[in-house]
Design a protein around this ligand. Structure first.
Ligand SMILES: NC(=O)c1ccc[n+]([C@@H]2O[C@H](COP(=O)([O-])OP(=O)(O)OC[C@H]3O[C@@H](n4cnc5c(N)ncnc54)[C@H](O)[C@@H]3O)[C@@H](O)[C@H]2O)c1
Ligand SMILES: [Zn+2]
Ligand SMILES: [Zn+2]
Length: 367
């Protein structure tokens, strides 16, 4: 089969590799119909994630069709249309039993495109298929559910739920990339009073307004702290979500938070940030961190099914799976291309069971 293989920092290629096979009887083999690229894949390519070894197939977000299951798989059968999520769950370890699948110590967690071969490929092996795959309800397209593989549960769990957004709250979302935008989208489930998006890019801030932010601050040319204090009568925001992953934006969140407020860190940090306890010790604030668990995926799926959430606007560009390399170039040059999420679509396979396949023949090329 063909797959996008990481060959060490700065090196990737669309290679011919062996087809995946069932290794454990709890595995399934999934034909990838639709996949996408994450900012974390770019971190890997920069060499920031040394636990991802050269030779690994990248990608941890996909929708596909099950083609084979191991003898111990009871809930999933060949032909099922499934969401393959960034997090895999063994369902048996202490953390999985608490719903903290991201911290799985039984062989799951974030493994695709990290410690095992990933999903930017024609086929993939999915460990713990029964407890890691989600059947896609009839009537939903691949693109309807694709962003449940990572950005929606990440934003909702690590941003909105950890931040404890309440009705009427003033919420600041620092960083309006796919994660920040998904935070703005899912925060509205709690009817906050005001959402302010903060970013350096006007294009991203425009998108933030589209997904439901009430106001924006370009902290490249505006004084974010002064503007937030003006907005909140000098108090600060109730919830600040850090969705960038650099020291400046974490520190900004701790400057704009009101006494008793919550800072929810979502960003992946490569450097230490300063925690200004000399000003924060008296403010009763809560700071949370977290890796997505994807335990809210069924809940978010229901909201998409009921058309209460519409993640389709995250898809800005479409490519054929065989043009994954070109898709990486477009995604990595987001400042010029304004890419948010690029959708990679496999050629349809007419031989697959009738209810899957045919509807997914998206036109190839940049939209
Ligand atoms: N915790 C988790 O489980 C988890 C899961 C997925 C992604 N992440 C992380 O979430 C973060 C956001 O992901 P993304 O895909 O949206 O990233 P992205 O790079 O697409 O977006 C980041 C945004 O931050 C803006 N930005 C950069 N520097 C800024 C600054 N100084 N001030 C204000 N805005 C600034 C950029 O203009 C961009 O719009 C990343 O660090 C990513 O690795 C965390
Ligand atoms: Zn990701
Ligand atoms: Zn586990």
């Amino acid at each position: 089969m063909k797959a996008l293989v990481y060959h060490g920092p700065g090196q990737r290629s669309w290679d011919t590799v062996p087809d995946p096979t069932i290794l454990e009887q709890t595995d399934a083999i999934v034909r990838i119909d639709t996949s996408t690229i994450c900012g974390t894949d770019l971190h890997i390519l920069k060499g920031d994630v040394p636990t991802c070894k050269p030779g690994t197939i990248l990608g941890h977000e996909a929708v596909g069709t099950v083609v084979e299951v191991g003898s111990a798989v009871t809930n999933i059968v060949a032909g099922d249309h499934v969401l393959v999520s960034c997090i895999t769950s063994c369902a048996r370890c202490r953390f999985c039993k608490e719903g903290r699948y991201g911290q799985c110590t039984g062989g799951g967690g974030w493994i695709f495109g990290h410690t095992i071969d990933g999903l930017q490929a024609e086929f993939a092996r999915v460990p713990f298929a029964d407890t890691s795959l989600y059947k896609v309800p009839e009537g939903l397209t691949d693109e309807d559910v694709l962003f449940l593989a990572d950005i929606l549960p990440t934003a909702y769990e690590v941003g909105v739920l950890n931040g404890g957004v309440q009705p009427g709250d003033t919420v600041a979302v620092v960083g309006a990339g796919p994660i920040g935008l998904a935070t703005i989208m899912t925060a509205q489930l709690f009817t906050p009073g005001h959402i302010v998006a903060i970013d350096l890019s006007d294009a991203r801030l425009e998108k933030a307004l589209e997904v439901g932010a009430d106001s924006t601050i370009n902290n490249g040319r505006e004084d974010a702290v002064a503007m937030i204090m003006e907005l909140t009568n000098g108090l600060g925001v109730d919830v600040a979500v850090e969705a960038v992953g650099v020291p400046d934006t974490f520190e900004l969140c701790t400057e704009i938070i009101r006494p008793g407020g919550h800072v929810a860190n979502v960003g992946v940090h490569g450097h230490s940030a300063t925690l200004h306890l000399e000003t924060l010790w008296i403010k009763d604030i809560t700071i949370t961190t977290g890796l997505v668990d994807t335990k809210t995926t069924p809940q978010l799926l229901k909201l998409i099914q009921e058309r209460k959430l519409d993640p389709s606007l995250f898809a800005t560009h479409r490519f054929s799976l065989s043009d994954t390399e070109q898709a990486y170039d477009t995604f990595a040059a987001a400042a010029e291309t304004h890419a948010l999420k690029v959708v990679l679509t496999a050629e349809p396979v007419p031989a697959l069971p009738a209810h899957v396949g045919a509807a997914k023949a998206e036109p190839a090329g940049v939209s």
